[in-house]
Ligand binder design. Structure first.
Ligand SMILES: Cc1ncc(COP(=O)(O)O)c(C=O)c1O
Length: 401
């Protein structure tokens, strides 16, 4: 008995000849037919001419899952009825489909999209290292706003805000932290910065007993659409400096001429959407300092550094465009452009706490402790913030340069 199995060998009954499924379609089969009986399995039958049918019976092996979504074992996702039958386009289908079919249908349709790696439009990052991709996927189910639940993610956001504020030369004391927030992109960042300017200006006008129902903002006509959105959504007149032949950015002299007592800020662009050109923020600052002195106003500057914010600090560190200029009170930058993160992250940094009116900050305590928030939306994913932190520490100043 040595070396022989103790248990009796299992006898497997040989399938009876007529039950064996064919490995390939018999020549007599002309086409295939699917019968779907409500509440039962869908079975695909070969349609066999009557003469052949008399000779053999065809039995199709069926996966017994106990559900009515079972398909023949040999059928590929493409052969399943779920992929063959068209789904309604604009109404929710009444029934469910297997996950493989859902995946296949969607990924096939997405093949008609362009290839992101070949897309240079909107300057958005289309490749990140797999290690960062893993971090992003690992946190794709974290709601950024649940700060009590994800305190480390909040801490990473705060580190990013501080690193970017230092990059922009914010005047932050040794024991101070920077004032700023992550956003979904530069557009949200600009809405928040614009709201802060509008509220600060209105408060000042009220204090002086002056009307505050006609705010305006001065920009170049080359501004990105998000400035037009800000103006329309938040009822601020957009005063655009016209471009001239051969000069496609805002002329600071003309901008300052357009400023009046109702101007909540002048917005300058570091990296025009049309050409990538920097506007002369230093000249704008100097002219505006003089105008403010002359009139007694204190019109500030916002820099839309959606693209340039992650370029100038590395390539033109001597260029003064940021918080080194006294009238620059806030700056936005797109993390998903030259911040080198996949789409869905931007940043807005304020010069100091005094530049962000308190009444715009909401305090929530849904999860126990006080959480100040200043964003347009509530829930959002945490992955992009984590990815931004990854890039900042992975590349460092040297890497971005
Ligand atoms: C100068 C400028 N500002 C703002 C934006 C809007 O940025 P986002 O797509 O991050 O909202 C862009 C986008 O191209 C831009 O070029």
């Amino acid at each position: 008995q040595k070396g022989r199995p103790i248990a009796a060998p299992v006898r497997r009954p040989r399938p009876r000849k007529r039950e064996r499924a064919p490995t390939s379609a018999p020549a007599s089969i002309h086409s295939w037919r699917t019968d779907s009986i409500p509440g039962r399995l869908a079975v695909t039958f070969p349609v066999v001419p009557a003469t052949a049918r008399r000779r053999r019976t065809m039995v199709v092996t069926v996966a017994a899952t106990g559900s009515d979504t079972a398909e023949p074992l040999h059928s590929t996702t493409f052969a399943s009825r779920y992929v063959r039958d068209q789904l309604p386009r604009y109404r929710m289908p009444s029934g469910s489909i297997p996950k493989e079919a859902a995946y296949q249908i969607i990924s096939d349709e997405l093949m008609l999209d362009g290839n992101p790696r070949l897309n240079l439009a909107s300057f958005v990052t289309t490749w990140m290292e797999p290690e960062c991709g893993k971090l992003m996927m690992d946190s794709v189910n974290k709601n950024y706003v649940d700060m009590d639940e994800y305190p480390v993610t909040t801490e990473l956001q705060n580190r990013c805000v501080n690193m970017i504020a230092h990059l922009f030369n914010a005047p932050i004391g040794e024991d101070e932290t920077a004032i700023g927030v992550s956003t979904v992109g530069s557009s949200e960042a600009i809405m928040l910065a614009g709201l802060a300017f509008k509220r600060k200006w209105a408060n000042k006008m009220k204090e002086q007993g002056k009307p505050c129902d006609k705010p305006n903002i001065v920009t170049g006509a080359n501004v990105q659409v998000c400035w037009e959105k800000f103006a329309r959504y938040f009822e601020v007149e957009l005063k655009e400096v016209k471009l001239t032949e051969g000069y496609y950015v805002m002329d600071p002299k003309k901008a300052v001429e357009m400023v009046d007592e109702n101007t909540i800020c002048v917005a300058a662009i570091l990296g025009s959407t049309l050409t990538g050109e920097y506007e002369d923020v230093k000249l704008l600052n100097d002219l505006l300092v003089a105008k403010n002195k002359e009139t007694g106003w204190d019109v500030p500057i916002h820099v839309d550094a959606a693209s340039g914010g992650f370029i100038a600090p590395f390539l033109q560190p001597e260029l003064e465009w940021d918080f080194r200029l006294p009238l620059v009170k806030s700056i936005n930058v797109s993390g998903h452009k030259y911040g080198l993160v996949y789409p869905g992250v931007g940043w807005v940094i304020w010069r100091s706490k005094a530049d962000l009116p308190d009444e715009l900050i909401f305090h929530i305590n849904y999860l126990g402790t006080d959480q100040p928030t200043f964003t347009l939306n509530f829930s959002k994913g945490a992955s992009q913030i984590i990815a931004q932190y990854y890039q900042l520490i992975r590349l460092g100043f040297e890497g971005y340069k």
